[in-house]
Design a protein around this ligand. Structure first.
Ligand code: AQP
Length: 323
């Protein structure tokens, strides 16, 4: 299966990004007998749809690639590139805009969520069409993302069907590939873990052990005594399962059901499990240089550009634009 996914260089990467998407990227690339062909992208054109610190952007782009590599993506098995290095993405997005309705884009919950915090801009509104172009230009069939991106993949499927029926069979219908941790919640107990929220509400993949201990010790839980177990508590126990194994997490869940759980014991255990998982990630990340990332981007774009150009030519022909 051909796999495509991306991450915005919009700041630090957190446990939600890692468990919901990036860890899965490394797993998918290691499919038996190379049955998956994986393409991963730092989507800089998506990250500029809200205000951003221009001077920090070059380093953010490089850091996003380091995060992907540290998660286990191997440039010898997968292709990693920078979105703006292949301008055919934006050209295909324009062509897809002509078959996308305002109603469809208005229904996107991420647009509604983001415009609660940011100005309403055409680029932010059109974000899902560029994402559809990112996926379609490589004719990808699988898109490993977190739950918040599923609606955008569904829109991509609609655009694929519409394009194929208007202009002839061209694209496969991509499906979202989700993990168990498809929606990691914020440590504040409300909403998804998000890098645009306060740093105390997320664990960054680069957080030092002491920072992790402090953040987990102040993470919101229920009181341990109510009949209803809060979503915030379930989220933390699920996180523990991700790092320490389901069997260990089940023990704490049984204690919570029996109302005997001691958060003063559970939280340090969770913090240490996270620290253990992040240690090799942080080591690998520190070992990647900026120059290596630039070379990986150059090689990735050189490999993918002919494929993107080929798809764009096919699309333009089918749309009657080649004379
Ligand atoms: N909390 C989450 N749980 C599971 N998966 C998540 N993802 C994001 N948050 C969670 C997945 O991570 C991938 C890369 O995300 P992105 O860079 O496109 O950023 P985003 O989806 O806009 O979410 P962020 O990181 O929290 O940023 P802001 O604060 O800007 O909204 C995607 O596959 C995403 O689904």
């Amino acid at each position: 299966m051909k796999i495509f996914s991306g991450i915005q260089p919009s700041g630090v990467v957190h446990l939600g990004n890692y468990l919901g998407a990036m860890k899965n990227w490394a797993n998918l690339q290691n499919s038996p007998a190379g049955e998956n062909e994986a393409i991963f992208c730092v989507v800089d054109y998506h990250a500029i749809t809200v205000d951003y610190p221009k001077d920090e952007m070059p380093q953010r782009i490089i850091n996003a690639a380091k995060d992907i590599l540290a998660s286990g993506v191997d440039p010898n098995k997968s292709t990693l590139f920078l979105q703006s290095d292949i301008p055919e993405h934006t050209e295909l997005a324009w062509l897809l805009n002509t078959i996308t309705t305002m109603g469809e884009l208005s229904r996107m919950t991420q647009y509604k969520d983001k415009t609660a915090k940011h100005e309403e801009r055409a680029g932010l509104f059109d974000y899902p069409v560029l994402m559809a172009a990112d996926i379609m230009i490589y004719k990808a069939e699988g898109v490993p993302v977190g739950e918040d991106q599923v609606q955008h993949v569904e829109l991509t499927r609609d655009l694929v069907r519409r394009f194929n029926s208007k202009f002839g069979d061209t694209f496969p219908e991509p499906k979202p590939l989700l993990t168990e941790a498809k929606r990691v919640m914020s440590l504040s107990g409300s909403g998804k873990m998000s890098k645009s929220d306060s740093p105390s509400t997320y664990i960054a993949m680069t957080d030092e052990p002491d920072v992790i201990r402090k953040k987990i010790s102040s993470a919101v839980t229920d009181d341990g005594q109510s009949d209803d177990i809060s979503q915030s508590t379930i989220n933390l126990i699920n996180l523990y399962g991700e790092f320490a194994g389901q069997g260990e997490a089940d023990k704490f869940m049984e204690q919570r059901k029996a109302k005997t759980i001691k958060y003063s014991e559970f939280k340090p255990a969770l913090a240490e499990a996270i620290i253990n998982e992040l240690e090799p990630f942080q080591k690998r990340r520190a070992g990647v240089t900026d120059e290596e990332v630039k070379k990986i981007f150059t090689d990735g774009a050189a490999k993918l550009r002919p494929i993107a150009q080929e798809t764009l030519k096919e699309v333009k022909e089918k749309m009657g634009l080649i004379i």
